[in-house]
Design a protein around this ligand. Structure first.
Ligand code: CTP
Length: 405
């Protein structure tokens, strides 16, 4: 989403200004072209040179710099921006913005730009809670400025409270959402993710190495496009994307209950979870002690959640149903069988034996099989890009339905 985009990063003078260096690095890594603009006070916390090296572009600091104005000019900087991020946005900067004051490079550019603005406030808790700051933020929100945070936690001088700059990953995600067309607005999407844990005693279970990365990427992409997203996840080390309705579960049976509760009324369901097909018949309430003998654990069948959804949908085209097929052999045949058996619209098949594919990986190399027999092959891609392909296809199906109705 940020690839090839011109992002203007405005930095004002708060202690969190040091984090702006890392934010520039992350934006550049995402493929954005970053123009940094700093207030005079921001330069007391972090040097323009640092940001210039990281962004690869001259940093704007002085409205009356004769050389810069003759070559580029502040109006051109304002015009070139496709998104403005203010991080940190101090109480002073927010106050000036709300009042329409333009007395330095940054505030002048803010009046001159037509790009969306994402303000990330960061300040002392008392300053944030001050009615002037609250009024200014309210006014800015009403006028269309996107405001993210601030977060809770440790502030400068070891104080605790509200006022921290939001996590950089959250800033990036918000930036992506602002730049994404809201093609799924008004739609409800359910995504399942992660492994399931099937306990056989109080502390031991049967599971698989899934981390939930694919499912969390799917949820993030749907949220970005404006959908209301329920994420039903088995145990995962990942943070659910902000704005998602999160339902943590452990076992396949818990996942089935949560899915069946949320499913009615959804427009699309994507089952990316690696659900255990079996569970131990008996679960000891204590930790099993070691004996001199072997331990036998009898496994019984778990419900097939996706098959249940396919059955209950019958001949209806809603919700759009998408499955994943993780295989180690006969990829196409096995995936096609699952597609038909579970009554899906399409299935995303990946070969676990291939490098860059499968569990706990950043990437995935997939083939998408649909009901008409078509197979689309993709190169090895980031899981987020796979998620983009999945939702492009879901949107096409939703559109067909709308037109067909
Ligand atoms: N799935 C499910 N419930 C299960 C097992 C799988 O909903 N108990 C879903 C998965 O989330 C996935 C699809 O069904 O979207 C295929 O899962 P997979 O594990 O590849 O296949 P299985 O149907 O379990 O068959 P097998 O393990 O024999 O390959």
């Amino acid at each position: 989403m940020l690839k090839g985009k011109s992002v203007l990063l405005g930095i004002s003078g708060g202690i969190a200004a040091y984090k702006a260096a890392e934010l520039v690095r992350l934006l550049v890594k995402e493929g954005a072209s970053v123009q940094v603009v700093m207030t005079a006070n921001a330069q007391r916390f972090i040097t323009p040179l640092t940001l210039q090296v990281l962004s690869g572009q001259p940093v704007c600091t002085d409205l009356f710099d004769l050389e810069f104005e003759s070559q580029v000019g502040h109006i051109q900087v304002a015009r070139a921006a496709q998104l403005v991020i203010l991080a940190p946005a101090t109480a002073n900067l927010l106050g000036k913005m709300a009042a329409g004051i333009a007395d330095d490079f940054l505030t002048t550019v803010l009046l001159a730009t037509t790009a969306p603005v994402l303000a990330c406030p960061s300040m002392n808790a008392k300053m944030y809670e001050n009615p002037f700051t609250q009024r200014n933020l309210e006014q800015l929100r009403n006028m269309g400025t996107h405001v993210l945070g601030p977060g809770l936690g440790t502030l400068a001088r070891k104080e605790e409270g509200i006022g921290r700059l939001p996590e950089l990953s959250e800033i990036l995600e918000s930036a992506k959402r602002i730049l994404t067309p809201q093609t799924l607005r008004g739609k409800r999407v359910l995504v399942s993710a992660g492994p399931t844990w099937e306990h056989f005693d109080a502390v031991r279970f049967i599971s698989n190495p899934s981390t939930g990365r694919m499912g969390y990427a799917l949820a993030a992409v749907a949220l970005r496009r404006g959908a209301q997203v329920d994420l039903i996840s088995g145990p995962s080390p990942l943070c659910p994307p902000s704005g998602v309705r999160f339902h943590p579960v452990k076992s396949a049976e818990e996942m089935r209950d949560a899915v069946l509760e949320v499913a009615p009324g959804t427009d699309a369901i994507v089952m990316a979870a690696a659900v255990s097909d079996y569970r131990p018949q008996q679960v000891a309430s204590h930790k099993l002690k070691k004996t001199g003998k072997d331990l036998e654990v009898l496994l019984v069948k778990n419900p097939d959640i996706l098959a249940l959804l396919g059955q209950s949908r019958g001949a209806s085209s809603r919700p759009v149903l998408v499955g994943f097929a993780a295989e180690t052999e006969n990829l196409i045949e096995n995936a096609r069988e699952k597609l038909v058996k579970k009554n899906l619209d399409f299935i995303v098949a990946n070969d676990l034996t291939q490098c860059g594919s499968g569990f706990a990986c950043e990437t995935n190399q997939v083939k998408i099989l649909d009901r008409s027999g078509d197979i689309t092959e993709f190169p090895c891609m980031a899981k987020e890009e796979v998620a983009v392909q999945v939702f492009d296809r879901i949107e096409r199906l939703l559109l067909q339905e709308t037109h067909g109705e």
